[in-house]
Design a protein around this ligand. Structure first.
Ligand code: RIB
Ligand code: CA
Length: 324
C-alpha cells in the first residue's frame, strides 16, 4: 500500500475522491488536511468526517487548515457544491470526533521533516501546502509524489475563461508551490478531468450494482447535476478529484508531458496556469501536465472500489455501457 496524505476542500467531488482513496486497497490514507475552497474550512472538516463515518474510518486523523487564501479574499464554490458542500443533501455528522489540535500546515511541515515514504494528493486550493513551504523552503523534498487536481493547459477555465477554481481561489499559494516545491508537480487539470463525466447512465448503473451506494451518490450529486446542466449544459457532473486519486494509483491512466508552469497572481487572467510547453522561457520543467486520459479505465477503477464489485464484472459491463 502507498501512503498518502490528502489535502482537500470537501465539496462533492472531494468526498467521492476521499471515499475512493479510503476504500482503495492500494492506498493507506495517513491523514486528511482540509483547506478553505469549495466551502469554508469548518464545513470542509465536517464533510471530511462524514466520509470517514461512512467508510468506518474515524481512525484517520483530520487537520484543520487555512480558512483564507494567502492574499486574495476568500470566495467559495458553494454555488456549485451547495451551502453544505454536499449538494444540500442534508447528510448529518453522526460522531463528535474532533479534528487534531495541530493546524494542517504544522502537521504537514512536521510529518515531511522525517517521512520519506508518503505522497500528497492535493484536491483543493494549495494554501496549506504553501504555508508549509513558507516555514521551510526545503520542505517537500521527502514527498514521494505530489499530485494536484488543478489548473488547465488547453481546456477553458471554470472560474474565468482561463482559470480553474483551485488555483483561482488562491493564486498566490499556487504560484508559490509551482515556484518552490522541491519535487515534481503532477498537474491533473481540467484538460483530463473534463473527460470524467459522471452521467445519469452511470448513476443508473450504480443502482443495479449497489442500491445503497446509488442512494448516497444520487443524494450528493443531484445539486451538482443541476449546476452542470445550467452552466455547462452537461447531463451529469464532472468529477474532477477522483481522477487525481485514480491517477495516483495507476499513473498509466493519464498521459502528458513535462514543462515549466507559472501561475498568474493578478489581473484579468488571475489563477491561470501558463504552461511553457515550447520552452520560450528556457526554465527547468517543474511539472508534469496530464492532457490525455482513458476515461473508461477510470470508471472501471473507480466503480470497482466505490461499488465494492468484482473488477471483471465492472470491466465487462462498462464495455457495453454507453458512458456518455
Ligand atoms: O476546479 C475543480 C476543483 O475545484 C475540484 O477540486 C473541486 O472540488 C474544486 O476544489
Ligand atoms: Ca476539490
Amino acid at each position: 500500500m502507498q501512503k498518502v496524505i490528502i489535502d482537500c476542500d470537501p465539496g462533492i467531488d472531494d468526498v467521492l475522491a476521499l471515499e475512493y482513496a479510503l476504500r482503495s486497497p492500494e492506498l493507506e490514507v495517513v491523514a486528511i488536511t482540509v483547506v478553505a475552497g469549495n466551502v469554508p474550512v469548518h464545513l470542509g472538516v465536517d464533510n471530511a468526517f462524514k466520509v470517514l463515518e461512512r467508510c468506518n474510518r474515524l481512525d484517520v486523523p483530520v487537520y484543520v487548515g487555512a480558512s483564507q487564501p494567502l492574499k486574495k479574499p476568500f470566495v467559495s464554490a458553494q454555488d456549485t457544491h451547495g451551502e453544505d458542500g454536499l449538494g444540500e443533501s442534508g447528510i448529518a455528522r453522526r460522531s463528535t470526533v474532533s479534528p487534531q489540535s495541530q493546524t494542517a500546515s504544522e502537521f504537514l511541515q512536521e510529518y515531511f521533516a522525517t517521512a520519506k515514504d508518503t505522497g500528497v494528493i492535493a484536491l483543493g486550493p494549495l494554501t496549506n501546502i504553501a504555508l508549509a513551504l513558507t516555514k521551510d523552503s526545503r520542505w517537500g523534498q521527502n514527498i514521494t509524489r505530489f499530485v494536484t487536481m488543478g489548473g488547465t493547459y488547453k481546456s477553458h477555465g471554470n472560474c474565468s475563461p482561463v482559470a480553474e477554481f483551485n488555483y483561482w481561489c488562491d493564486p498566490d499559494a499556487a504560484a508559490l508551490v509551482y515556484q518552490t516545491l522541491p519535487c515534481q508537480i503532477e498537474m491533473v487539470g481540467l484538460d483530463v478531468t473534463r473527460k470524467i463525466v459522471f452521467t445519469p447512465n452511470i448513476l443508473e448503473y450504480t443502482k443495479r450494482m449497489n442500491p445503497e451506494c446509488f442512494a448516497y451518490l444520487q443524494k450528493i450529486t443531484r445539486f451538482y447535476f443541476d449546476f452542470h446542466w445550467q452552466y455547462e449544459h452537461i447531463l451529469g457532473c464532472v468529477i474532477n478529484d477522483p481522477l487525481a486519486v485514480a491517477y495516483y494509483i495507476d499513473p498509466g491512466l493519464c498521459q502528458g508531458f513535462e514543462s515549466y508552469v507559472a501561475v498568474e497572481t493578478e489581473g484579468i487572467s488571475i489563477g491561470q496556469t501558463l504552461v511553457d510547453r515550447y520552452d520560450f522561457w528556457q526554465k527547468k520543467a517543474n511539472a508534469k501536465i496530464l492532457d490525455t486520459v482513458d476515461s473508461r479505465k477510470f470508471f472501471e477503477l473507480f466503480l470497482t472500489v466505490i461499488l465494492n464489485a468484482p473488477e471483471a464484472t465492472i470491466a465487462s459491463d462498462l464495455q457495453n455501457l454507453r458512458l456518455g
